[in-house]
Design a protein around this ligand. Structure first.
Ligand SMILES: Cc1ncc(COP(=O)(O)O)c(C=O)c1O
Length: 462
Protein backbone atom coordinates (compact mmCIF):
# COMPACT_ATOMS: atom_id res chain seq x y z
CA UNK A 1 0.00 0.00 0.00
CA UNK A 2 1.39 3.41 -0.98
CA UNK A 3 2.32 5.72 1.87
CA UNK A 4 0.23 8.54 0.35
CA UNK A 5 -2.87 6.62 -0.65
CA UNK A 6 -5.72 9.14 -0.88
CA UNK A 7 -8.17 6.47 0.25
CA UNK A 8 -6.21 5.79 3.43
CA UNK A 9 -6.02 9.53 3.99
CA UNK A 10 -9.77 9.83 3.53
CA UNK A 11 -10.39 7.24 6.24
CA UNK A 12 -7.90 8.99 8.53
CA UNK A 13 -9.55 12.38 7.88
CA UNK A 14 -12.97 10.95 8.59
CA UNK A 15 -11.87 9.54 11.93
CA UNK A 16 -9.91 12.68 12.87
CA UNK A 17 -12.96 14.79 12.17
CA UNK A 18 -15.18 12.56 14.30
CA UNK A 19 -12.65 12.72 17.14
CA UNK A 20 -12.43 16.53 16.83
CA UNK A 21 -16.17 17.10 16.97
CA UNK A 22 -16.63 14.40 19.65
CA UNK A 23 -18.95 12.12 17.72
CA UNK A 24 -16.10 9.65 18.43
CA UNK A 25 -15.25 10.70 22.00
CA UNK A 26 -12.14 9.49 23.89
CA UNK A 27 -12.48 5.83 24.90
CA UNK A 28 -15.16 5.09 22.31
CA UNK A 29 -14.84 2.03 20.11
CA UNK A 30 -14.47 2.52 16.37
CA UNK A 31 -16.47 0.41 13.93
CA UNK A 32 -14.88 -2.91 13.01
CA UNK A 33 -12.58 -2.91 9.98
CA UNK A 34 -15.26 -4.52 7.87
CA UNK A 35 -18.03 -2.13 8.96
CA UNK A 36 -15.80 0.90 8.46
CA UNK A 37 -14.79 -0.31 4.99
CA UNK A 38 -18.42 -0.73 4.03
CA UNK A 39 -19.46 2.66 5.45
CA UNK A 40 -16.72 4.52 3.59
CA UNK A 41 -16.84 2.33 0.44
CA UNK A 42 -13.16 1.39 0.61
CA UNK A 43 -11.37 -1.93 0.94
CA UNK A 44 -10.68 -3.60 4.30
CA UNK A 45 -6.93 -3.27 3.69
CA UNK A 46 -7.34 0.53 3.36
CA UNK A 47 -9.03 0.66 6.75
CA UNK A 48 -6.39 -1.63 8.31
CA UNK A 49 -3.68 0.74 7.05
CA UNK A 50 -5.52 3.85 8.29
CA UNK A 51 -6.13 2.34 11.74
CA UNK A 52 -2.47 1.27 11.96
CA UNK A 53 -1.28 4.79 11.21
CA UNK A 54 -3.64 6.31 13.74
CA UNK A 55 -2.38 3.81 16.34
CA UNK A 56 1.20 4.76 15.47
CA UNK A 57 0.30 8.44 15.97
CA UNK A 58 -1.26 7.70 19.36
CA UNK A 59 -4.74 8.74 18.17
CA UNK A 60 -6.17 5.21 18.51
CA UNK A 61 -5.43 2.31 20.81
CA UNK A 62 -5.65 -1.27 19.58
CA UNK A 63 -7.03 -3.80 22.08
CA UNK A 64 -6.35 -7.25 20.64
CA UNK A 65 -9.58 -9.18 20.23
CA UNK A 66 -11.69 -6.15 21.22
CA UNK A 67 -11.07 -3.64 18.43
CA UNK A 68 -9.82 -0.08 18.06
CA UNK A 69 -10.58 2.71 20.55
CA UNK A 70 -10.10 6.47 20.52
CA UNK A 71 -7.12 7.21 22.78
CA UNK A 72 -7.82 9.12 25.98
CA UNK A 73 -5.04 11.54 25.07
CA UNK A 74 -6.56 12.26 21.68
CA UNK A 75 -8.75 15.04 23.01
CA UNK A 76 -8.29 18.19 20.97
CA UNK A 77 -10.30 21.37 21.49
CA UNK A 78 -13.91 20.84 20.44
CA UNK A 79 -14.58 21.65 16.80
CA UNK A 80 -17.99 22.35 15.31
CA UNK A 81 -19.41 19.24 13.66
CA UNK A 82 -19.49 19.54 9.88
CA UNK A 83 -23.06 19.89 8.51
CA UNK A 84 -24.41 18.65 5.19
CA UNK A 85 -22.52 18.71 1.91
CA UNK A 86 -18.95 20.13 1.91
CA UNK A 87 -18.92 23.92 1.45
CA UNK A 88 -16.47 26.38 -0.03
CA UNK A 89 -14.92 28.41 2.82
CA UNK A 90 -16.81 31.55 1.80
CA UNK A 91 -20.14 29.72 2.04
CA UNK A 92 -19.36 28.43 5.50
CA UNK A 93 -21.94 29.95 7.87
CA UNK A 94 -19.36 30.42 10.64
CA UNK A 95 -17.01 32.22 8.27
CA UNK A 96 -19.83 34.48 7.10
CA UNK A 97 -20.92 35.37 10.64
CA UNK A 98 -17.34 36.11 11.54
CA UNK A 99 -16.75 38.14 8.43
CA UNK A 100 -19.84 40.27 9.02
CA UNK A 101 -18.96 40.81 12.70
CA UNK A 102 -15.29 41.59 12.03
CA UNK A 103 -15.81 43.69 8.91
CA UNK A 104 -14.02 47.00 8.88
CA UNK A 105 -16.61 49.76 9.49
CA UNK A 106 -15.51 51.29 6.17
CA UNK A 107 -16.87 48.28 4.26
CA UNK A 108 -20.41 48.36 2.91
CA UNK A 109 -22.48 45.51 4.36
CA UNK A 110 -25.71 44.84 2.45
CA UNK A 111 -25.21 41.19 3.41
CA UNK A 112 -25.32 41.67 7.16
CA UNK A 113 -28.42 40.91 9.23
CA UNK A 114 -28.84 44.06 11.30
CA UNK A 115 -29.72 47.73 11.04
CA UNK A 116 -26.97 50.39 10.91
CA UNK A 117 -26.20 51.65 14.45
CA UNK A 118 -27.86 55.02 13.84
CA UNK A 119 -31.15 53.27 13.05
CA UNK A 120 -31.26 51.66 16.48
CA UNK A 121 -32.80 53.27 19.56
CA UNK A 122 -29.60 54.93 20.72
CA UNK A 123 -31.39 57.90 22.24
CA UNK A 124 -33.39 55.55 24.48
CA UNK A 125 -30.28 53.57 25.41
CA UNK A 126 -28.43 56.77 26.38
CA UNK A 127 -31.38 57.95 28.50
CA UNK A 128 -31.65 54.56 30.18
CA UNK A 129 -27.92 54.51 30.90
CA UNK A 130 -28.12 57.89 32.59
CA UNK A 131 -31.08 56.75 34.67
CA UNK A 132 -29.33 53.56 35.71
CA UNK A 133 -26.16 55.41 36.67
CA UNK A 134 -28.22 57.46 39.13
CA UNK A 135 -30.35 54.57 40.38
CA UNK A 136 -30.42 51.56 42.63
CA UNK A 137 -27.05 49.92 43.40
CA UNK A 138 -28.46 46.41 43.06
CA UNK A 139 -29.04 46.96 39.34
CA UNK A 140 -25.42 48.00 38.96
CA UNK A 141 -23.72 45.48 41.20
CA UNK A 142 -25.81 42.49 42.27
CA UNK A 143 -26.65 39.15 40.66
CA UNK A 144 -29.96 38.95 38.85
CA UNK A 145 -32.78 36.72 40.11
CA UNK A 146 -32.53 33.43 38.17
CA UNK A 147 -35.47 34.07 35.80
CA UNK A 148 -34.43 37.68 35.29
CA UNK A 149 -36.17 40.97 36.04
CA UNK A 150 -39.82 40.40 37.00
CA UNK A 151 -40.71 43.88 35.69
CA UNK A 152 -39.25 43.18 32.24
CA UNK A 153 -40.98 39.80 32.14
CA UNK A 154 -44.30 41.56 32.84
CA UNK A 155 -43.69 43.89 29.92
CA UNK A 156 -42.84 40.89 27.75
CA UNK A 157 -46.12 39.22 28.75
CA UNK A 158 -47.99 42.20 27.24
CA UNK A 159 -45.74 42.22 24.18
CA UNK A 160 -46.38 38.51 23.55
CA UNK A 161 -50.12 39.09 23.95
CA UNK A 162 -49.89 41.55 21.04
CA UNK A 163 -49.18 38.59 18.75
CA UNK A 164 -51.74 36.38 20.49
CA UNK A 165 -49.31 34.44 22.70
CA UNK A 166 -50.67 33.92 26.19
CA UNK A 167 -47.92 33.46 28.75
CA UNK A 168 -47.60 34.20 32.44
CA UNK A 169 -44.48 36.00 33.69
CA UNK A 170 -43.48 32.67 35.35
CA UNK A 171 -43.30 31.14 31.88
CA UNK A 172 -40.57 33.54 30.83
CA UNK A 173 -36.83 33.27 31.29
CA UNK A 174 -34.53 36.16 30.42
CA UNK A 175 -31.37 35.17 28.58
CA UNK A 176 -28.30 37.05 27.45
CA UNK A 177 -29.44 37.17 23.79
CA UNK A 178 -31.60 35.39 21.24
CA UNK A 179 -28.63 33.16 20.40
CA UNK A 180 -28.16 32.32 24.07
CA UNK A 181 -31.86 31.41 24.31
CA UNK A 182 -31.46 28.92 21.45
CA UNK A 183 -28.28 27.53 22.94
CA UNK A 184 -30.03 26.82 26.26
CA UNK A 185 -32.88 25.10 24.45
CA UNK A 186 -30.42 22.97 22.49
CA UNK A 187 -28.65 22.00 25.72
CA UNK A 188 -31.91 20.88 27.30
CA UNK A 189 -33.61 19.21 24.35
CA UNK A 190 -30.83 17.78 22.18
CA UNK A 191 -28.11 15.14 22.35
CA UNK A 192 -25.31 14.61 19.85
CA UNK A 193 -26.60 12.73 16.82
CA UNK A 194 -30.22 13.98 17.13
CA UNK A 195 -31.89 15.36 14.04
CA UNK A 196 -33.18 18.95 13.92
CA UNK A 197 -35.38 20.35 11.15
CA UNK A 198 -34.71 23.84 9.90
CA UNK A 199 -36.06 25.78 6.96
CA UNK A 200 -34.17 25.73 3.70
CA UNK A 201 -33.16 28.56 3.52
CA UNK A 202 -32.76 29.60 7.17
CA UNK A 203 -30.74 32.08 9.23
CA UNK A 204 -27.15 30.88 8.79
CA UNK A 205 -26.14 30.96 12.41
CA UNK A 206 -28.72 28.21 13.08
CA UNK A 207 -26.28 25.92 11.22
CA UNK A 208 -23.35 27.00 13.35
CA UNK A 209 -25.16 26.92 16.66
CA UNK A 210 -26.56 23.45 16.02
CA UNK A 211 -23.15 22.24 14.85
CA UNK A 212 -21.82 23.16 18.27
CA UNK A 213 -24.38 20.70 19.69
CA UNK A 214 -23.26 17.99 17.24
CA UNK A 215 -26.72 17.35 15.86
CA UNK A 216 -27.71 16.70 12.26
CA UNK A 217 -29.60 19.41 10.39
CA UNK A 218 -32.23 18.58 7.82
CA UNK A 219 -33.57 21.44 5.71
CA UNK A 220 -37.23 21.60 4.68
CA UNK A 221 -37.84 23.74 1.58
CA UNK A 222 -39.50 27.01 2.55
CA UNK A 223 -42.39 28.54 0.57
CA UNK A 224 -43.87 32.05 0.80
CA UNK A 225 -46.50 30.60 3.22
CA UNK A 226 -44.16 28.61 5.47
CA UNK A 227 -42.47 25.21 5.15
CA UNK A 228 -43.46 23.01 2.23
CA UNK A 229 -45.99 20.68 3.87
CA UNK A 230 -45.37 17.43 1.92
CA UNK A 231 -41.60 17.88 2.46
CA UNK A 232 -42.16 18.63 6.15
CA UNK A 233 -44.27 15.51 6.58
CA UNK A 234 -41.75 13.37 4.68
CA UNK A 235 -38.89 14.71 6.80
CA UNK A 236 -40.79 13.82 10.00
CA UNK A 237 -41.24 10.27 8.78
CA UNK A 238 -37.75 9.80 7.40
CA UNK A 239 -35.71 11.36 10.21
CA UNK A 240 -37.75 11.41 13.45
CA UNK A 241 -36.40 14.86 14.35
CA UNK A 242 -36.41 16.05 17.96
CA UNK A 243 -36.87 19.72 17.18
CA UNK A 244 -37.93 22.12 14.44
CA UNK A 245 -36.33 25.56 14.54
CA UNK A 246 -38.01 28.31 12.53
CA UNK A 247 -39.06 31.97 12.41
CA UNK A 248 -42.81 32.28 12.14
CA UNK A 249 -43.02 36.04 12.33
CA UNK A 250 -40.74 37.50 9.71
CA UNK A 251 -38.58 34.79 8.26
CA UNK A 252 -34.83 35.24 7.87
CA UNK A 253 -33.65 35.32 5.04
CA UNK A 254 -36.84 35.43 2.93
CA UNK A 255 -39.01 37.98 4.76
CA UNK A 256 -41.95 35.54 4.34
CA UNK A 257 -44.71 35.19 6.93
CA UNK A 258 -46.55 31.95 7.59
CA UNK A 259 -50.15 31.48 6.51
CA UNK A 260 -52.63 30.36 9.21
CA UNK A 261 -53.35 27.17 7.21
CA UNK A 262 -49.68 26.12 7.16
CA UNK A 263 -49.27 26.95 10.84
CA UNK A 264 -52.30 24.81 11.70
CA UNK A 265 -51.09 21.85 9.65
CA UNK A 266 -47.53 22.00 10.99
CA UNK A 267 -48.85 21.97 14.55
CA UNK A 268 -51.01 18.91 13.81
CA UNK A 269 -48.07 17.08 12.27
CA UNK A 270 -45.82 18.08 15.15
CA UNK A 271 -48.32 16.74 17.63
CA UNK A 272 -48.54 13.38 15.85
CA UNK A 273 -44.74 13.13 15.70
CA UNK A 274 -44.04 14.37 19.24
CA UNK A 275 -41.94 17.17 17.78
CA UNK A 276 -40.90 20.26 19.77
CA UNK A 277 -41.00 23.52 17.80
CA UNK A 278 -38.81 26.51 18.54
CA UNK A 279 -40.16 29.74 17.12
CA UNK A 280 -37.49 32.42 17.00
CA UNK A 281 -39.45 35.68 16.97
CA UNK A 282 -36.58 38.15 16.89
CA UNK A 283 -38.23 40.43 14.29
CA UNK A 284 -41.42 40.86 16.35
CA UNK A 285 -41.34 44.66 16.47
CA UNK A 286 -40.92 45.05 12.71
CA UNK A 287 -44.48 43.93 11.98
CA UNK A 288 -47.35 46.34 12.31
CA UNK A 289 -49.99 43.63 12.32
CA UNK A 290 -48.57 40.33 13.50
CA UNK A 291 -48.60 37.23 11.32
CA UNK A 292 -49.77 33.96 12.94
CA UNK A 293 -47.53 32.74 15.72
CA UNK A 294 -47.25 29.00 16.35
CA UNK A 295 -46.92 29.72 20.06
CA UNK A 296 -50.29 31.51 19.97
CA UNK A 297 -52.13 28.67 18.24
CA UNK A 298 -50.56 26.00 20.39
CA UNK A 299 -50.80 27.85 23.72
CA UNK A 300 -47.08 27.27 24.40
CA UNK A 301 -47.56 23.53 24.69
CA UNK A 302 -45.06 22.07 22.26
CA UNK A 303 -43.90 25.43 20.90
CA UNK A 304 -41.20 27.42 22.64
CA UNK A 305 -40.76 31.03 21.66
CA UNK A 306 -37.55 33.05 21.79
CA UNK A 307 -36.66 36.63 21.00
CA UNK A 308 -34.37 39.54 21.79
CA UNK A 309 -33.89 43.28 21.31
CA UNK A 310 -30.75 43.17 19.15
CA UNK A 311 -32.50 44.19 15.97
CA UNK A 312 -34.42 47.17 17.26
CA UNK A 313 -32.90 48.56 20.44
CA UNK A 314 -29.22 47.61 20.52
CA UNK A 315 -27.16 44.57 19.57
CA UNK A 316 -24.61 45.64 22.14
CA UNK A 317 -27.05 45.36 25.04
CA UNK A 318 -27.33 41.56 25.18
CA UNK A 319 -30.76 40.54 26.41
CA UNK A 320 -33.23 37.94 25.12
CA UNK A 321 -35.98 35.68 26.40
CA UNK A 322 -37.56 32.24 26.26
CA UNK A 323 -41.29 31.60 26.70
CA UNK A 324 -42.18 27.96 27.37
CA UNK A 325 -44.56 25.72 29.27
CA UNK A 326 -43.83 25.78 33.02
CA UNK A 327 -42.07 22.42 33.44
CA UNK A 328 -39.85 23.04 30.42
CA UNK A 329 -39.08 26.50 31.69
CA UNK A 330 -37.90 25.00 34.98
CA UNK A 331 -35.48 22.71 33.15
CA UNK A 332 -34.19 25.61 31.09
CA UNK A 333 -33.82 27.68 34.24
CA UNK A 334 -31.75 24.96 35.95
CA UNK A 335 -29.37 24.77 33.02
CA UNK A 336 -29.24 28.56 32.90
CA UNK A 337 -28.18 28.66 36.57
CA UNK A 338 -25.69 25.83 36.07
CA UNK A 339 -24.04 27.39 33.05
CA UNK A 340 -24.54 31.13 33.58
CA UNK A 341 -25.37 31.59 37.27
CA UNK A 342 -26.88 35.09 37.15
CA UNK A 343 -28.16 36.64 33.96
CA UNK A 344 -27.23 40.09 32.72
CA UNK A 345 -29.09 42.27 35.21
CA UNK A 346 -27.84 45.58 33.91
CA UNK A 347 -28.84 44.75 30.32
CA UNK A 348 -32.34 43.74 31.45
CA UNK A 349 -32.74 46.98 33.44
CA UNK A 350 -31.56 48.95 30.44
CA UNK A 351 -33.96 47.19 28.05
CA UNK A 352 -36.84 47.70 30.46
CA UNK A 353 -36.13 51.42 30.82
CA UNK A 354 -35.67 51.94 27.08
CA UNK A 355 -38.71 50.04 25.79
CA UNK A 356 -41.04 51.60 28.35
CA UNK A 357 -39.86 55.21 28.02
CA UNK A 358 -42.66 56.22 25.68
CA UNK A 359 -40.35 56.80 22.71
CA UNK A 360 -39.68 53.22 21.66
CA UNK A 361 -43.03 52.69 19.91
CA UNK A 362 -42.49 55.90 17.93
CA UNK A 363 -38.95 54.83 17.13
CA UNK A 364 -40.19 51.51 15.73
CA UNK A 365 -42.87 53.30 13.73
CA UNK A 366 -40.14 55.38 12.08
CA UNK A 367 -37.98 52.29 11.48
CA UNK A 368 -40.90 50.53 9.77
CA UNK A 369 -41.53 53.56 7.54
CA UNK A 370 -37.87 53.93 6.64
CA UNK A 371 -37.63 50.24 5.82
CA UNK A 372 -40.71 50.42 3.59
CA UNK A 373 -39.14 53.30 1.63
CA UNK A 374 -35.76 51.61 1.40
CA UNK A 375 -37.37 48.36 0.29
CA UNK A 376 -39.06 50.08 -2.66
CA UNK A 377 -35.86 51.92 -3.64
CA UNK A 378 -33.81 48.79 -3.34
CA UNK A 379 -36.23 46.75 -5.44
CA UNK A 380 -35.98 49.32 -8.23
CA UNK A 381 -32.16 49.39 -8.09
CA UNK A 382 -31.95 45.61 -8.05
CA UNK A 383 -34.44 45.29 -10.91
CA UNK A 384 -32.15 47.51 -13.00
CA UNK A 385 -29.48 44.80 -12.55
CA UNK A 386 -31.89 42.00 -13.43
CA UNK A 387 -32.09 40.87 -9.79
CA UNK A 388 -35.63 39.80 -8.88
CA UNK A 389 -37.25 39.23 -5.47
CA UNK A 390 -38.47 35.74 -4.60
CA UNK A 391 -41.17 37.50 -2.60
CA UNK A 392 -42.10 41.13 -1.91
CA UNK A 393 -42.13 41.24 1.89
CA UNK A 394 -44.44 43.72 3.56
CA UNK A 395 -42.15 44.23 6.55
CA UNK A 396 -38.61 43.74 7.79
CA UNK A 397 -35.18 44.47 6.39
CA UNK A 398 -34.57 41.53 4.03
CA UNK A 399 -35.05 40.87 0.35
CA UNK A 400 -34.32 37.34 -0.81
CA UNK A 401 -33.51 37.66 -4.48
CA UNK A 402 -32.60 35.62 -7.52
CA UNK A 403 -29.60 36.75 -9.56
CA UNK A 404 -29.97 37.07 -13.32
CA UNK A 405 -29.09 34.28 -15.75
CA UNK A 406 -28.26 31.68 -13.12
CA UNK A 407 -25.26 33.70 -11.86
CA UNK A 408 -23.43 32.06 -8.97
CA UNK A 409 -24.02 34.18 -5.85
CA UNK A 410 -20.86 32.91 -4.13
CA UNK A 411 -18.70 34.09 -7.04
CA UNK A 412 -20.49 37.45 -7.12
CA UNK A 413 -20.00 37.82 -3.34
CA UNK A 414 -16.29 36.96 -3.66
CA UNK A 415 -15.73 39.60 -6.34
CA UNK A 416 -17.75 42.19 -4.43
CA UNK A 417 -15.77 41.59 -1.25
CA UNK A 418 -12.59 42.47 -3.17
CA UNK A 419 -14.29 45.82 -3.88
CA UNK A 420 -15.27 46.41 -0.24
CA UNK A 421 -18.89 45.17 -0.32
CA UNK A 422 -19.94 42.33 1.99
CA UNK A 423 -22.79 40.27 0.50
CA UNK A 424 -24.72 37.23 1.74
CA UNK A 425 -24.77 34.45 -0.90
CA UNK A 426 -27.80 32.16 -0.86
CA UNK A 427 -26.08 28.87 -0.17
CA UNK A 428 -24.83 30.10 3.19
CA UNK A 429 -28.50 29.90 4.25
CA UNK A 430 -29.29 26.60 2.55
CA UNK A 431 -28.52 23.34 4.37
CA UNK A 432 -28.77 21.42 1.10
CA UNK A 433 -26.94 24.07 -0.98
CA UNK A 434 -30.10 24.69 -3.03
CA UNK A 435 -29.76 28.48 -3.27
CA UNK A 436 -26.67 29.07 -5.45
CA UNK A 437 -28.46 31.78 -7.49
CA UNK A 438 -29.90 33.59 -4.50
CA UNK A 439 -28.66 36.48 -2.42
CA UNK A 440 -30.04 38.12 0.73
CA UNK A 441 -30.04 41.92 0.74
CA UNK A 442 -30.55 44.04 3.83
CA UNK A 443 -32.32 47.13 2.52
CA UNK A 444 -31.25 49.28 5.48
CA UNK A 445 -27.62 48.75 4.43
CA UNK A 446 -28.19 49.41 0.72
CA UNK A 447 -28.33 53.19 0.64
CA UNK A 448 -24.89 53.74 -0.88
CA UNK A 449 -24.83 53.78 -4.69
CA UNK A 450 -21.46 51.96 -4.57
CA UNK A 451 -23.27 48.76 -3.49
CA UNK A 452 -25.05 48.62 -6.84
CA UNK A 453 -22.03 49.72 -8.87
CA UNK A 454 -19.91 46.95 -7.34
CA UNK A 455 -22.73 44.44 -7.84
CA UNK A 456 -23.09 45.46 -11.50
CA UNK A 457 -19.38 44.82 -12.10
CA UNK A 458 -19.39 41.56 -10.18
CA UNK A 459 -22.37 40.34 -12.21
CA UNK A 460 -20.66 41.26 -15.47
CA UNK A 461 -17.40 39.46 -14.72
CA UNK A 462 -17.05 36.17 -16.61
C1 LIG B 1 -33.37 34.92 12.96
C2 LIG B 1 -32.36 35.37 13.96
N1 LIG B 1 -32.35 34.81 15.18
C3 LIG B 1 -31.45 35.17 16.11
C4 LIG B 1 -30.48 36.13 15.85
C5 LIG B 1 -29.46 36.48 16.90
O1 LIG B 1 -29.96 37.37 17.82
P1 LIG B 1 -29.17 37.88 19.10
O2 LIG B 1 -28.35 39.06 18.69
O3 LIG B 1 -30.22 38.25 20.07
O4 LIG B 1 -28.33 36.77 19.58
C6 LIG B 1 -30.46 36.73 14.60
C7 LIG B 1 -29.43 37.73 14.30
O5 LIG B 1 -29.17 38.05 13.17
C8 LIG B 1 -31.42 36.34 13.63
O6 LIG B 1 -31.44 36.89 12.42
Amino acid sequence: MSGNSPRVQRVIDDIESRIACRTAPPGSRLPSVRAQAKALAVSASTVVEAYARLVAQGRLVSRPGAGFYVAATAVAPLKLAPQGPPRAPDLDPLWLSRQALEADPALLKPGCGWLPPDWLYQIGVRRALRGLARGNGAELADYAPPQGSAALRQVLVRRLAHSGVEAAAEQLLLTDSGTHALDLIARVFLSPGDVVLVDDPCYFNFHTLLSAHRVTLIGVPFTPQGPDLPAFEAALQAHQPKLYLTNSGLHNPTGARWSPAVAHRVLLLAEQAGLVIVEDDIFHDFELSPAPRLAAYDGLQRVIQTGSFSKTLSASVRCGYIAARPEWLQQLLEVHIATGFGGNRLAAALVLAAITDGGYARHMEQVRQRLAQRREQCLVRLAALGITPWLRPDAGMFLWCRLPHGRDAAAVARRSLEQGVVLAPGNAFSPALRAAEFMRFNVSQCDDERVFAVLRNALRAP
